[in-house]
Design a protein around this ligand. Structure first.
Ligand code: FE2
Ligand code: FE2
Length: 275
């Protein structure tokens, strides 16, 4: 999987500070950290697939692309907020949050379930960066988010192809796939990792202790607020495919509409974080 772009392909000179939205900046600071933390995920995936050379090789290349996302977003953040100390924020994040790297078992229960969970994550990231691209008027972020959204879509396909290669549809029942997907979606909603990244990225060392409700809620509020129906439709149909349901079906069109409603309801319940 060759990266389709590099940092040199971004027109950094087009940066327009007047178009930076401070709330979006906070979200992008957190996203840059999560992306930059990809080497830990590569280690985890290589442990889980320790005797699968194809998957290990794919994980290495995937990790390089995710790291590049972190570097590109980090560079944009530096333009938008020149005083921001990314290295210090990232150090705090790594000190306080870690993946289970000393296991060769997937936290999802099986390799097939792990690949379904990876597809759900990539559905989330491609829809998120598409939403960022459409929401921002800042030209450099728009370009970077577009590049990243394309990569995340290809990552989905990568994990989906490996799921099929290891005979995932036979190994993982519909019920198991659905349960992994719902579990991963629930985690994304109350995500400690994103909340903690948001906290480290947007507070100074020595700030009040991490509060998941506040920082996880803030991240979710500003990130979810970017989504419009086409982004939600993309998220739902990619998730449906990973679970094994026809994305074009009446059921999934209905679930998409329901998800749009639930997003709005959730945003209303989180509005307190903006006060
Ligand atoms: Fe990424
Ligand atoms: Fe990705």
């Amino acid at each position: 999987m060759k990266p389709g772009w590099t940092l040199d392909d971004v027109d950094w000179g087009a940066f327009d500070p007047s178009k930076v939205d401070p709330n979006l900046l906070r979200v992008i600071k957190a996203s840059a950290m999560i992306e930059f933390n990809a080497p830990d995920y590569v280690t985890y995936l290589k442990n889980v697939f320790h005797d699968d050379d194809l998957m290990k090789e794919a994980a290495e290349k995937w990790g390089l692309e995710e790291e590049q996302h972190g570097r590109a977003l980090g560079r944009w953040v530096q333009l938008a907020d020149p005083g921001y100390d990314f290295d210090d924020a990232f150090r705090r994040f790594q000190e306080g949050y870690s993946l289970p790297l000393d296991t060769d078992q997937s936290v999802r229960g099986s390799r097939a379930a792990e690949l379904v969970a990876r597809c759900i994550v990539e559905s989330g990231t491609t829809s998120f960066y598409s939403a960022v691209k459409d929401a921002t008027d800042e030209p450099v972020l728009k370009q970077v988010a577009g590049f990243i959204a394309g990569d995340e879509m290809r990552h989905y396909k990568l994990f989906w192809d490996h799921f099929n290669r290891i005979d995932g549809p036979r190994i993982a029942s519909f019920r198991e796939r659905l349960s992994v997907a719902l579990g991963r979606i629930r985690e994304a909603d109350g995500d400690d990792e994103m909340g903690f990244a948001y906290y480290c990225a947007n507070t100074k060392p020595g700030a009040a202790a991490f509060d998941q409700k506040l920082y996880g809620g803030s991240y979710e509020y500003y990130a979810k607020g970017l989504y419009r129906p086409p982004h939600i439709n993309r998220l739902v149909s990619m998730t449906a495919k990973a679970v094994g349901v026809n994305p074009q079906s009446f059921l999934i069109r209905t679930v998409s509409k329901l998800t749009c409603y639930l997003f709005q309801r959730r945003l209303r319940s989180l509005a307190w974080v903006a006060d």
